[in-house]
Ligand binder design. Structure first.
Ligand SMILES: Cc1cc2nc3c(=O)[nH]c(=O)nc-3n(C[C@H](O)[C@H](O)[C@H](O)COP(=O)(O)OP(=O)(O)OC[C@H]3O[C@@H](n4cnc5c(N)ncnc54)[C@H](O)[C@@H]3O)c2cc1C
Length: 351
């Protein structure tokens, strides 16, 4: 369809991408009374990007004080979002870090420096409280950690943004994002959207949407759910500092306990990836469950793939460049910040 036959629509902000970050930006912008158009290439609830599936860890336990502070700022916003959505999107279960001690200690030091509550337990004390896990070294406990309901969070953000007037277009791929003297022109097959500013939150597809970004390597990661042997056992979120880092958390029932390796996936093209589970990786996780998680039945209950969009440092790109607000490189640890990132993007879009 030639440019002339495309209809044109002007608005205050165009948001490209309705994953966790774009949907959160739309929510904040719509709350501020702005005329927001959201363009998403796939259907609502799709499983091709980084924000689908059962659950994500919310934690304040980071070795980097910046992320401890960001998580502390995000925590009350999860409450605000849940209140507006009328459903608890973050379930607080407490979080554990254990394993390679210098690595775990760095997390404790960062939390201490930020004044975040935490405590140490001996391996025996931790095993008594959480009999589903095995510990061989001191365990760092942080009480505010929890499990966020990923699928419901993205759906709630979209529902709330729409309820406040945002216009969400699914199955509407953006073909081009261009800056103009007065703002931006965002082109789809059938329409052009013009606005003073665009928030571009395209996840793994960001390098195709915005030129000149620092390198982002997209990897296909895989996660597994296992059934607890007994319903009584208490399950925290957990991160095992070893090579590779292992993590897990209780997913919304009936999905069980999610267990996975952090950042062991192969680089992929987000448009041609195979969504296939790597059997060797699955076998490693099952071995891990048999060794370290006796509270779980080692039979895989379900498996899924998902995309990390990794910057070299695993730091996020959240900035404004001209008339574009960029949200990229969430590197496998962005979800916990979703309600905060949306506000940061909205602030950048409406200075
Ligand atoms: C296996 C796994 C486990 C994780 N665990 C955790 C965890 O425990 N804790 C945590 O905090 N984080 C975790 N994360 C990270 C977190 O899920 C991501 O950082 C977050 O979901 C990124 O959201 P996003 O909006 O940037 O990306 P996405 O959800 O991928 O959103 C980008 C959207 O842009 C759309 N788009 C792209 N190009 C176009 C176009 N041309 N036109 C229109 N739309 C377009 C895409 O279709 C997509 O919907 C995990 C990630 C994975 C993969």
């Amino acid at each position: 369809m030639s440019g002339s036959s495309r209809s044109s629509r002007s608005c205050d902000v165009v948001v490209v991408g309705a994953g966790a970050m774009g949907s959160s930006a739309a929510w904040w912008l719509a709350r501020r009374g702005l005329d927001v158009v959201v363009l998403e290439q796939f259907e609502a609830g799709h499983v091709r990007g980084s924000s689908h599936g059962s659950s994500r860890i919310f934690r304040l336990a980071y070795p980097d004080r910046r992320y401890v502070a960001m998580a502390a700022e995000a925590l009350p916003l999860w409450g605000e979002l849940s209140d507006e959505a009328g459903v608890a999107l973050l379930r607080t279960v407490g979080g554990l870090d254990h394993g390679y001690e210098p690595s775990v200690r760095a997390v404790a030091d960062a939390m201490a420096a930020e004044g975040v509550a935490h405590s140490w337990l001996s391996a025996e004390e931790a095993a008594a409280r959480w009999p589903g896990l095995v510990f061989t070294s001191p365990v760092l406990f942080q009480p505010d950690a929890g499990s966020t309901d990923a699928r419901s969070t993205v759906a709630a953000l979209q529902r709330l943004a729409a309820a406040r007037g945002a216009e969400l277009h699914f199955s509407t791929p953006v073909l081009d994002v261009a800056e103009t003297p007065s703002g931006v022109r965002v082109t789809t097959a059938a329409e052009e959207f013009v606005a003073p500013v665009a928030v571009v939150a395209g996840g793994a597809w960001m390098p195709r949407l915005v030129a000149g970004l620092e390198p982002i390597v997209v990897t296909q990661e895989q996660v597994f759910h296992f059934s607890p042997r007994t319903a009584e056992t208490e399950w925290p979120t957990f991160i095992h500092h070893q090579r590779p880092f292992m993590y897990g958390l209780p997913a919304p029932s009936p999905e069980g306990i999610k267990v996975a390796e952090h950042h062991t996936g192969a680089p992929v093209d987000p448009d041609t990836r195979d969504f296939a589970i790597d059997p060797a990786g699955q076998a490693r996780v099952v071995d891990y469950v048999e060794r370290w998680l006796p509270g779980l039945d080692p039979g895989v209950a379900s498996a899924a793939t998902c995309l990390y969009a990794n910057t070299a440092t695993e730091d996020f790109i959240i900035e404004r460049r001209g008339n574009l607000v960029i949200a990229a490189g969430f590197s496998g640890h962005g979800f916990k910040f979703t309600p905060l990132v949306g506000r940061l993007l909205a602030d950048l879009a409406t200075p």
